[in-house]
Structures are given as structure tokens and as C-alpha cells.
Write a protein of this length. Structure first.
Length: 132
């Protein structure tokens, strides 16, 4: 009897250990770009702050509603905000804009595509430092 119980536990235990593993949610493709580049100025929580100048919050930012605006700013730069056309691909630019527009309290549902970045974005400056 004791042996049977022991065997039953042995048989049952691997089944117990094999709880279906929850797949980790795939990270947003724009999150990496944000963390590597944008967060240095706009901060991890996207609240911005005071650095060399005033860095605006991207969190809960109504200026992001019209997708064309962040496309213009990220591709063309604006005052102390550097331009990223040429440094990032159109895919990376659309990914990071989609990430910011759907996180940090922003809930804009429409998606920016690389084609929109190509069409609406400011071209990389000719003869600029970033031209290769
Ligand atoms: C070197 C610091 C710096 C980096 C890096 C940076 N930004 Fe900015 N960003 C700024 C500053 C400064 C402004 C404000 C520009 C102004 O209006 O004068 C700004 C403005 C913006 C705006 C417009 C916000 C508004 O309310 O008008 C958006 C959108 C934005 N940044 C997105 C990004 C994204 C996305 C990245 C990463 C790809 C990024 N920024 C990287 C400094 C930075």
C-alpha cells in the first residue's frame, strides 16, 4: 500500500510541475527604441522634465492625437528636440510613435505606418551630419 502511494505521487508530480506556461507578452517593437533613445530626455515615465531646456511630457499628451504632429517632430526635430530621419528607419520611427501614442496614458487607436512616415515626414537634411 505504501509503495502504491509512493508510485502515485511519482506519477502525479511531473504533471503538477507542468502547469501550462503563460507566454510572456511580446514587448512593443517601439519600446526598445524609446528606451534606447527617447527616454534619455523624455524620461522612462515620459513625464519629461527640466534638463538643458524644458523637455515636454509625452504622457497624456493631446498633441499626439493627430499622428502627423509626432511624425513631423521625430523626423524633423524641433528646437532642442533632435531629428531622427536618417538615424532611425521609417519602421523604427513608426514603431516608437505607435508605442508612445498607445502608452503613458495615451490611447490613440489609429496606427502610424512606415509609409506615412515616408510620405509625411521631414526628409533628412542634405549635407547634414547624419547623411551617409
Ligand atoms: C536630446 C533630447 C531629446 C531626445 C533624445 C528626444 N526628444 Fe523629443 N523633445 C525634446 C524637446 C526639448 C522637445 C520640445 C521641443 C519644442 O517644442 O521646443 C521634444 C518634443 C517632442 C515631441 C512633441 C511634444 C509636444 O507636446 O509638442 C514629441 C512627440 C517627441 N519629442 C517625441 C520624441 C521621441 C519619440 C523621441 C525618441 C525617438 C524623442 N522625442 C527623443 C527632446 C528630446
Amino acid at each position: 500500500m505504501r509503495f502504491v502511494l509512493f508510485a502515485a505521487v511519482l506519477i502525479a508530480s511531473p504533471a503538477l510541475a507542468q502547469k501550462p506556461a503563460k507566454p510572456a507578452p511580446a514587448p512593443h517593437p517601439g519600446a526598445e527604441v524609446y528606451q534606447n533613445i527617447c527616454q534619455a530626455c523624455h524620461m522612462a515615465n515620459a513625464l519629461g522634465g527640466e534638463g538643458a531646456g524644458k523637455i515636454p511630457a509625452l504622457a497624456k499628451n493631446g498633441a499626439l492625437e493627430a499622428a502627423g504632429y509626432p511624425i513631423m517632430v521625430v523626423t524633423g526635430g524641433k528646437n532642442a528636440m533632435p531629428w531622427f530621419r536618417g538615424a532611425l528607419t521609417d519602421q523604427q520611427i513608426s514603431d516608437v510613435i505607435n508605442y508612445v501614442r498607445s502608452n503613458f496614458g495615451n490611447k490613440y487607436k489609429d496606427k502610424v505606418t512606415p509609409a506615412m512616415v515616408a510620405e509625411m515626414g521631414v526628409p533628412a537634411p542634405k549635407g547634414g551630419m547624419r547623411e551617409q
